[in-house]
Design a protein around this ligand. Structure first.
Ligand SMILES: O=C(O)CCC(=O)C(=O)O
Ligand SMILES: [Fe+2]
Length: 286
């Protein structure tokens, strides 16, 4: 709403000269208030003289929103090894861009087998998250999969705690552990695990937990041929080896973290993936 009050010609002239001399709208408003105009009245006069909608003044007069405080980041495991809750993990390869570690002996063979057996009866065609945040069947991902609820079984709790301690990030920043099963020819085409901020559903997907910051892909068996995890931007393929894992971090969107689950050529491939968010994603279950 603009002013319907008559504006004195001297005031109109003063506003025009002051703003064209480079003084900001804020300053002019402040000067007007100092000479006795109230804020509503001066905003209304200013909008009329400068021929701009009152709402446009807000951009000049309101403090910019405080930047959203940065969420947490994971700690990258250090070579040659880390002892995590009594379990020794060997760092077989370290890269800085993308931040990536190959972790040998992350899971024992017993843990791998037990995870497969807990997941097997619950497998379904794997889904991805669409732009509105809903899960959808995705032709780029031909494997079968399932999600565990955080802390669902003592084994899941132990693995989640190991991940949290190793990467120095609370358990509640993790999404539920996902298990995927690939047969020959099945693959996961190149993709990023972080969400694209330009995608329309970004706000919905990140409303809880914020952006993803890092992933841990654990290999639960060794395919006879194929099935590695490729990082095409840097020409690296991590071998799928029972008990090993690949950890990679992408802050909130490192393009070098592009990766793919290569087609299994022979045998089968089982993995468990943990995606980590910058803020708590889960209600603390325990
Ligand atoms: O199958 C793989 O090696 C990669 C899996 C993956 O990229 C994911 O679960 O996000
Ligand atoms: Fe991925």
């Amino acid at each position: 709403m603009k002013s319907h009050l008559p504006i004195r010609p001297e005031l109109r002239e003063w506003i025009l000269t002051t703003t064209s001399a480079g003084h900001s709208v804020d300053t002019v408003l402040k000067m007007m208030q100092d000479t006795g105009y109230d804020l509503r009245q001066s905003r209304s006069i200013l909008a009329t003289v400068l021929n701009m909608p009152i709402s446009a003044l807000d951009a000049h007069t309101q403090a910019p929103p405080a930047p959203k405080s940065q969420g947490r980041r994971t700690r990258h495991p250090e070579a040659p090894q880390m002892v995590v809750n009594g379990h020794t993990v060997h760092v077989g390869l370290s890269m800085e861009s993308p931040a990536l570690r190959v972790l040998n002996d992350f899971l024992s063979a017993e843990e791998c087998n037990a995870l497969i057996e807990q997941a097997r009866p619950r497998l379904q065609r794997a889904r991805t998250v669409d732009s509105s945040g809903k899960q959808q069947i995705d032709a780029r991902r031909t494997s079968e999969g399932m999600f565990f609820v955080t802390g669902e079984t003592p084994l899941i709790q132990r693995i989640e705690q190991r991940i949290a301690s190793m990467l120095s990030i609370p358990v509640d920043h993790g999404e539920g552990l996902q298990v995927l099963h690939y047969l020959p020819g099945q693959q996961y085409e190149p993709h990023y695990d972080w969400f694209n901020p330009d995608q329309p559903g970004f706000a919905a997907i990140t409303a809880k937990g914020g952006q993803r910051i890092a992933s841990l892909v654990m290999y639960l068996n060794t395919p006879e041929a194929g099935g590695g995890t490729a990082f095409p931007q840097v020409g690296v393929t991590v071998t799928a080896l029972c008990g090993s894992a690949v950890y990679f971090a992408y802050d909130t969107g490192d393009e070098a973290s592009l990766h793919a689950g290569l087609p299994v050529q022979k045998g089968e491939k089982w993995i468990a993936t943990k995606w980590l968010r910058e803020r708590p994603f889960q209600k603390a279950a325990r």
